[in-house]
Write a protein that binds this ligand. Structure first.
Ligand code: BGC
Length: 522
């Protein structure tokens, strides 16, 4: 996502389509995007299942294991997994990814996209090996940090590679496809946990952690065979190669128009020497607010409570180990299928409709989960939940997950990237990725202690945030469906609130010179 600095047509000021279709290179770009999404999703899904497995807990987190056993004998259900060390196992990955994605931006720019993917894949493989062979907590956490570095590099470089290789008309679809692969990765992780938990001998968790190596090998080896993108070649001072590559990638010699735009985009991008400073200017305020608010609010939906901790959560509710892992498979499946709904409707019904409907559905789901758990476990957390009742909890949780998966899931990435004007897009995207990772870390780290203290009220806490974010969308997000990227300034100019920040003389493509030359008024 970060650094995807090419709009369909920058010279003409109107969207135009270029010749060329789905070639082998474009197909390979899709494959890389797929493996990048898969390794990220696999990591999201795998840790919750593993941390709910008894052999894993008793070996690495014996105090949590003991508390869990006490809770099974009628103790407090809400607090049985509350351990900062246990949450650090999950969340360390996201801090590492946050730091790595900032470094990856320079590697991707200086050395080309493929080397970022290669470095990412290799580090990720080292993390898988450490985790699979872990004999102490230090190895586990160090392994997660290495995985995080891999995810940081992959998440930064794969989407950039993808958006540069894909023909412009396929870019939106491929963007949502990346999120779809994340959800597939989560589901595969849930299924693998369900299977490895049944392995006699208690070493199934090792297999769960080590199997992340499969998509990572594809990405590492695959990156060696990938060509560099024309955009990257151009930016690094190889114009002839860039043109030759563009012909090969598009499968046609008729690439003149696209090449001219590519050169123009590259010049603009080079001319903006301080994108980080420019994005703070008043005229970019609407975009800056979206780059920060959307990933922040996406994580405050509480989705990763379910994605990371579904098995732990279901165990907290009194499900057995196997039933907990099965429930996570169910929520994973709902997540995947509902993301598909978004892929096929986002360009027809629009972003706002999905956001608003998804918000209402998530709100209902969160309130219902909180009420159901509160009614049964109360404030003391000492009770058993009967199976029929527990099934009802799973059903409302699925309604909540579906609401997220066709709204804030994919749109949380799509909207910030499509509202950024070219000249500040790399900086804007880096902000979005960094805020997302930071909030993912914060929610992962805070959830188990918060569950222990706020108890069932925790679900009302997230529900309150869903109200805030839905109002935010209703009042502050203009519809961007079908609006060419280069015409996006018009959308802000027509908005009741944001129009005061965007004036005529800086709107439209004409603002590029001003932005580059530093001649801005604010
Ligand atoms: C979010 C992740 C989340 C996933 C769930 C993504 O859009 O960024 O944090 O785990 O969706 O499908």
């Amino acid at each position: 996502m970060a650094g995807a600095a090419v709009a369909p047509s920058v010279s003409a000021g109107r969207r135009q389509d270029y010749p060329g279709g789905l070639t082998l290179f474009v197909f390979m770009a899709c494959l890389m995007a797929a493996t990048g999404g898969l390794i990220f999703g696999y990591d999201i899904g795998i840790s919750g299942g593993v941390t709910s497995m008894d052999p894993f807990l008793s070996r690495f987190f014996p105090s949590v294991y003991r508390k869990q056993a006490e809770a099974a004998d009628g103790g407090n259900q809400y607090c049985k997994f509350d351990s900062q060390l246990l949450t650090l196992f999950t969340s360390s990955l996201y801090v590492a990814a946050l730091v790595a994605s900032l470094f990856a931006a320079s590697v991707t720019r200086a050395a080309g996209r493929k080397w970022s993917m290669f470095v990412g894949g290799l580090t990720f493989l080292a993390g898988c090996a450490l985790n699979g062979a872990a004999v102490n907590v230090a190895m586990l956490i160090l392994g997660r940090v290495l995985l995080g570095v891999g995810v940081g590099f992959a998440n930064q470089s794969v989407p950039v590679y993808l958006s540069e290789m894909a023909p412009p008309r396929m870019r939106g679809m491929l963007n949502n496809g990346f999120q779809l692969m994340i959800t597939l990765g989560i589901l595969i992780a849930n299924l693998i946990n369900y299977g490895t938990d049944r392995i006699a001998g208690g070493w199934g968790w090792r297999l769960s952690l080590a199997l992340a190596a499969v998509p990572a090998v594809v990405m590492t080896v695959g990156s060696l065979f990938l060509p560099d993108t024309p955009n990257s070649l151009q930016e690094r001072g190889h114009p002839e190669e860039a043109k030759r590559m563009l012909r090969r990638v598009r499968g046609t010699d008729d690439v003149g128009a696209e090449y001219d735009d590519l050169v123009a985009a590259s010049e603009v991008s080079k001319a903006v020497s301080h994108p980080w400073r420019d994005i703070l200017r008043r005229r970019y305020r609407p975009q800056l607010v979206m780059a920060v608010a959307i990933p922040l609010l996406q994580q405050l939906t509480g989705i990763n409570v379910i994605m990371f901790y579904a098995p732990v959560l279901f165990k907290t509710l009194g499900f057995g180990s196997s039933a907990s892992l099965m429930s996570a498979v169910i929520t994973g499946l709902v997540n995947l299928v509902s993301t598909l709904v978004s892929v096929f409707t986002v360009d027809r019904v629009g972003r706002r409709a999905l956001f608003l409907e998804g918000g209402a559905q998530m709100l209902t789901g969160q309130v219902a989960v909180g009420a159901l758990i509160g009614a049964k476990l109360g404030w003391s957390g000492v009770a058993a939940i009967p199976p029929g009742y527990a099934a009802a909890v799973v059903v409302v949780m699925c309604a909540y997950v579906a609401g997220f998966a066709w709204s804030w899931g994919p749109l949380g990435w799509l909207v910030p990237s499509e509202v950024m004007p070219l000249e500040v897009r790399p900086a804007g995207q880096s902000i979005t990725v960094a805020v997302n990772m930071l909030m993912t870390f914060a929610v992962a780290q805070a959830f188990l202690p918060m569950l222990c203290r706020l108890k069932f009220m925790l679900f009302f806490f997230f529900a309150a945030w869903v109200v805030v974010m839905t109002l935010f969308i209703a009042f502050f997000l203009p519809e961007t469906k079908g609006v060419p990227i280069e015409d996006m300034a018009e959308v802000w100019k027509a908005h009741w609130y944001w129009k005061r920040f965007v004036t005529d003389d800086v709107a439209g493509r004409g603002d590029i010179e001003m932005g580059c030359g530093g001649g801005a008024k604010n």
